[in-house]
Design a protein around this ligand. Sequence first.
Ligand SMILES: Nc1nc2c(ncn2[C@@H]2O[C@H](COP(=O)(O)OP(=O)(O)OP(=O)(O)O)[C@@H](O)[C@H]2O)c(=O)[nH]1
Ligand SMILES: [Mg+2]
Length: 383
Amino acid sequence: MVIKRYLVNNMTEAMTRIRYELGSNAVIVSTRRIRQRGILGLFKPQVLEVTAAVENRQDTGPALSNAGKIMNAGDSQTAEKGQTAAGLQGDEAKKADETESRLEKELKELKQLVTMLISQAGQTGEASKDYIERVINHLRDMDVDEEIIEGFSVECGNAPEANAGPEAVTRYFENILSNCIASRSMNEKVWALIGPTGVGKTTTIAKIAAQEMLYNKKSVGLITLDTYRIGAVEQLRTYAGILNIPLEIVYTKADLINALEKLGHCDLIMIDSTGRSSLNRDQLLETRDLLDVVEDKRNILAVSAATRKNDLKAIVQNYEAIGFDSIILTKMDETQYYGNIINISKYSDKPICYITTGQVVPDDIREVTREDLLDYILTGVRT
Ligand SMILES: Nc1nc2c(ncn2[C@@H]2O[C@H](COP(=O)(O)OP(=O)(O)OP(=O)(O)O)[C@@H](O)[C@H]2O)c(=O)[nH]1
Ligand SMILES: [Mg+2]
């Protein structure tokens, strides 16, 4: 006995294929609707699984074996037709007619099957094209840089169908995002937050200090360079008071050296700096001059996720005047257009270490993972 399983769209397709492959003696053993396996299956409609059996292997493949006969019959038909009319009589002529009509019928079925398979292949290609188009529109909505979209479109849009579905898209962005996550551990003892005005530097310092104390049991000390803005020192003093940690206020390089010595016993020293417009190079250089006295430090650029992408590009480029090792994307809760997560990987080769998601200290901050960022970028086109 030969048993064969078919995945088809409907019973007509099943019957045609079974008749073609197993012959007219085949019987249907079971039918059920199933979804195809794998993530790609989620995006495909259910298919019909039909199991058919035939008693004897010799019964199988009549159409295939007949296919040869059809060709031969076709070739010889013209030559033999005159002979048939002239020579064959009664039963024999009837038999020949029957064979001819059976062959015609099988040929018709074969034609239908081929047409159906060709149209199905076309539809699958269309589906993956539509999907890539949908992802491209989504990326545009997310305000992703056009050059990134172009790169994606070339890579996935021109890929063969198997490489142009949701799995391939996820893989593509996983690769990009792998480079924009701080995989290196941040072992430096001093972390200095720099960045434009009002992006959340001081609040973020309070969040990190609290989390490092609570979860990593580190002793933390704070230094502020921001004696420029009225109320800035008080803001950080309030956090230092709540956390019960030391705070040093610094005006000059000598002050900074003293402060670092005083806080030498701390596991982590966090430096808050004055917010600087990235377009004011003199101010940027002033901050760099001051920070240059600190050895073994990590400069972290804080920038709001809600920044327009061209401004983000300028900020990242101009802050190279100070130099930075990683990035914090702040105020993720203030935007629904998360393109900057991926834009920043194009504008800078520095990884993202944290994102902040609200005003609450210390909760609204988290270290980033690739999956987290993928969710931000692809939610809406993954399901
Ligand atoms: N929605 C939202 N607001 C935030 C976030 N982080 C900080 N803020 C708010 O942004 C405002 C400015 O925060 P600061 O921490 O003072 O910003 P800063 O960068 O230190 O500002 P300057 O020192 O003036 O340059 C405050 O109202 C914060 O509560 C965040 O992740 N989401
Ligand atoms: Mg501040």
